[in-house]
Structure formats: structure tokens, C-alpha cells
Design a protein around this ligand. Sequence first.
Ligand code: ZN
Length: 198
Amino acid sequence: MILKIRQVGEPALRQNSRRLSLEEIRSQSVRDLIESMRETMHDAPGVGLAAPQIGVPLQLVVIEDTQEAIQKLSPEQAAERERRPVPFQVLINPVLTILGRAAAEFFEGCLSLAGHTAIVPRATKVHVEGFNEHADPIIIDATGWYARILQHEIDHLQGVLYIDRMNARTFTTMDNHMRIWKDKSIAEVKQALSGEPA
Ligand code: ZN
């Protein structure tokens, strides 16, 4: 079932989500929820969806980044983002640790802020521990775009949106992003929107 994705301003997006018990993870209702979230993410389409985005305050996210989606970028853009396919994945009760100090800035969007995007700094390396849909413990060490997706989705479980972390001057409608900024470097975009003379 395709679910309605909540948009910014709805309190559901700003609440802390609760952890699931192992028993709950194995329940039919959570299995159905995961399937609906997978369908909703594909339909959107998006590379991740967190339960609060559909109004469910549980620590549950789904992620998938496909070759098809990555091919919408130029090979250079995909390479600088370190964007590689991530098979469909369910992540429950995740705990994220940032590794090292390296960070990267890229435009990032969110299905709950439809039609907008901004440059968001994110760590490039993270470690995540949690559970999969079978209630098995899982450990993920991720770099590049996958690390960005994990930080974005796990933020949702604490009621945090990318607008809380963005370079606010770079916030733009998607139309203007496509028209003006899409093929510019991050440094060029930041300079042009800084208000400072070039
Ligand atoms: Zn989001």
C-alpha cells in the first residue's frame, strides 16, 4: 500500500521515535509496514524513507539506491559523491557513530520537503548498529553517499530534518536548482549565494 508522505510542518516529523522490541519486529503488522514503506519509497521515488515520514513514530527506516537512480547523474557527479548502489535494506533501532572528521557538502533533498533542496554538510564515514527485518543484529560501515543517506534517515528518527543542518543560504526550489545550480560546483554555488562579491 502506498502511504501518504508527511510534509514539513507536521509535528510527526519533529518527534522522537521509539525503539521496537524484537517481538514487534517479527510481528505481521511491522512486516506489513515495511512492505508499504518499500512501495512508498519506490513510488516517490526516493533512496530512503523513515517511519515518522508516514506518521509512524517507530525507529524504522528503509533504504535503497539503485543503479538506475545513480545513472541520472553524470559519471563525474556520481564519482565525486561516492554514490554506489545500495540493495534494499531495512534498519531498525539504529545507533549511528560518525567516524573521523572528514565531511562533504552536496545538495540533498527529502521527500518531506518536496520540491526543495539545499547544500548539507555530512560526515563521509559512519558506523551503524541496529537490527534487520528478521530481528537479526546488523553492523554497517558506510562511506560516501550511503553514509549521507544513513545520517539523513536516522536523523528523522530524532525529529531532525536536513534544514536543521543545511547551509541555509543555499536553500532553493528544485526548479531553480535544475535551472541554475545543477551543474555548478559546490564552491561556485556557495560563493554565488553568499552575498559576498566574487
Ligand atoms: Zn528525509
